[in-house]
Design a protein around this ligand. Structure first.
Ligand SMILES: [Zn+2]
Length: 333
């Protein structure tokens, strides 16, 4: 669907940067079919906001946008209809429980340079709050991580559970979830759990500042802390909510670390930072380096600030229920 009229054009946006196969495929379709300043394409459960400045007649055959490769088209087809947000929240969605990821220390964040780069998200709840399996699966680790490495170092996550699910990432790796700093564990290795089953309760074991659940999503080896993905891309949306994800990159196409991103609407204001370093895995298909989730559907403005505080990028974004709107951001600084 074309939405050229309600999207602001901005000279700092560069078109067609093929930072990942998905955007490349989208852009190829856009360039081939449309001659508009900006479009939003819906592919099944996925919305990609991508600008197109080339017309079909004006394509430069020397660029990657001129002719989509077979693999790029295959990727776009494979993505159609996939809803990545399939994990249930690990804390019950009821009054009095915090079932959203802590906003101050999201995935990839260093909490304003005060903490190690975060490989999961926090659900800040009191001790003894029940922790629930985010999807059905098989428990592959349950216990204290004193002898087996499941985090960045031994004795880091305290009492921890890892569940391997019958789910695959978009790049076809097995998905697992990790629940750390538990007060107690009520499942055993080899046990099958169903989504929503209680697997333990919130505590502060291991290296934890106060009681909270540290939650990770991993793609590949479930015990390898180097395999994390952003859980916010995976968690189910609240009713009539969606999210914005994006990739902020420089002239050479490399990610820009720690950039302040504001998503604001008439009624809300959310702030995140782009991922804080190369240790943080971007999804190889999405290629994002920031995610703002749990946004009520509606019209937003994305504003990205330069180190000086000046606005480096500004753009209108529509958030749709159960969709990810993807923004490709080129900044030079
Ligand atoms: Zn954490």
């Amino acid at each position: 669907m074309g939405r050229a009229s309600d999207v602001q054009s901005h000279t700092s946006i560069q078109s067609g940067y093929p930072h990942q196969r998905f955007a490349g495929a989208i852009h190829a379709r856009v360039a081939a079919n449309l001659a508009v300043a900006m479009v939003v394409l819906c592919l099944g459960g996925i919305v990609a906001a991508q600008e197109a400045t080339a017309t079909a007649a004006g394509n430069d055959p020397g660029t990657s946008t001129a002719a989509p490769s077979a693999s790029a088209l295959a990727t776009a087809t494979a993505l159609a209809g996939i809803e990545p947000q399939v994990l249930s929240r690990p804390i019950a969605v009821t009054a009095g429980q915090v079932h959203w990821a802590d906003r101050t220390y999201p995935y990839g964040s260093t909490q304003w340079d005060t903490r190690p780069v975060h490989l999961g998200v926090e659900f800040v709840n009191p001790r003894y709050t029940p922790v629930l399996a985010a999807a059905s699966g098989i428990v592959v680790f349950a216990g204290a991580d004193v002898d087996t490495l499941v985090g960045p170092q031994l004795d880091y996550y305290g009492k921890v559970v890892v569940i391997e699910h019958d789910l695959r990432s978009l790049d076809d790796l097995p998905i697992s979830t990790l629940y750390a700093h538990l007060h107690s564990i009520t499942v055993e290795v080899g046990e099958t759990v169903e989504v929503g089953d209680e697997i333990g309760d919130v505590g502060s074991t291991g290296i934890a500042i106060g009681a909270h659940l540290h939650f990770e999503v991993r793609a590949g080896d479930p015990l390898d802390a180097g395999k994390t993905r952003n859980p916010e891309l995976w968690l189910e949306n609240y009713v009539n909510h969606g999210m914005i994800a994006g990739f902020i990159h420089d002239d050479s196409g490399g990610p820009i670390y720690g950039k302040r991103v504001v998503a604001r609407s008439d009624s809300s204001w959310r702030e995140v930072y782009s991922y804080g370093g190369e240790r943080v895995n971007r999804d190889p298909v999405w290629g994002e380096n920031f995610v703002v989730s749990d946004l009520p559907a509606g019209e937003y403005e994305i504003v990205i600030l330069k180190a000086s505080g000046a606005i480096g990028y500004r753009r209108h974004v529509d958030v749709l229920p159960d969709k990810i709107t993807f923004v490709d951001v080129h900044m030079s600084e």
